[in-house]
Write a new protein. Structure first.
Length: 208
């Protein structure tokens, strides 16, 4: 078992039942990054904050400094004339939070359909081989589930993080991590250590 998962299950032993789905999510994320693809993430309320949190861990150094390759450092120095860019840039794992684009989201919600704001972004950003990650504590968030359906039609891999029942999200996604709780706060409190573990595992895979 991966050491990050061992640590996760030591702190949250109830999550051991999610081991296979967490490992499956990791493999899909790894495959996407190996192929030069990206992650798209969506959720509502506290789950929207989780999307931003995941992006913050992936797009910059989380537990490591992620130095740039020497060739990139040389290219940056040739352009800028000094080492400032190469000393302050870090290796990135591309991830886009779909909850952040307020102008697009409010325009689309007002002009078209509020429950399609994530689906529209998936349609615009998504490419085959990307991974869409949807957070929904109930599994029944219509805007997240519409986005999952569009992602599947486009050839993205779909991963859901939800609660005990899984709701409709469980049946829609290729991989669903269903934490064994029913209460929204309890579910969200377990989503965080799961995606932290995934982010560390992915970082170690590409920046060890």
């Amino acid at each position: 078992m991966n050491k990050q998962l061992e640590r996760l299950f030591q702190k949250y032993p109830e999550l051991i039942e999610c081991q296979s789905s967490i490992e499956a999510a990791f493999e899909q994320m790894k495959k996407a990054y190996e192929s030069g693809r990206k992650l798209l993430l969506a959720g509502n309320g506290g789950s929207a904050a989780d999307c931003e949190h995941v992006v913050g861990e992936l797009m910059k150094g989380f537990m490591s400094k992620r130095p740039l390759p020497q060739k990139m450092k040389e290219k940056l120095k040739a352009v800028s004339g000094d080492d400032y860019l190469s000393e302050n840039l870090q290796g990135a794992l591309p991830a886009i939070s779909l909850v952040s684009h307020s102008a697009l989201m409010t325009a689309f919600a007002n002009d078209v359909a509020p429950d399609m704001v994530f689906a529209q972004q998936v349609y615009g950003y998504g490419k085959p081989g990307d991974v869409f990650i949807g957070f929904s504590t109930s599994g029944n968030s219509s805007n997240v589930n519409h986005a999952v359906k569009v992602a599947k039609a486009l050839g993205l891999v779909t991963v859901g993080l939800t609660g005990k029942s899984g709701g409709a999200l469980k049946e829609l996604c290729d991989v669903t991590i269903c934490v064994p709780y029913d209460s929204t706060p309890d579910i969200q409190e377990r989503h965080l250590p799961i995606y932290h573990a995934l982010c560390v595992m992915i970082e170690e895979e590409f920046f060890s």
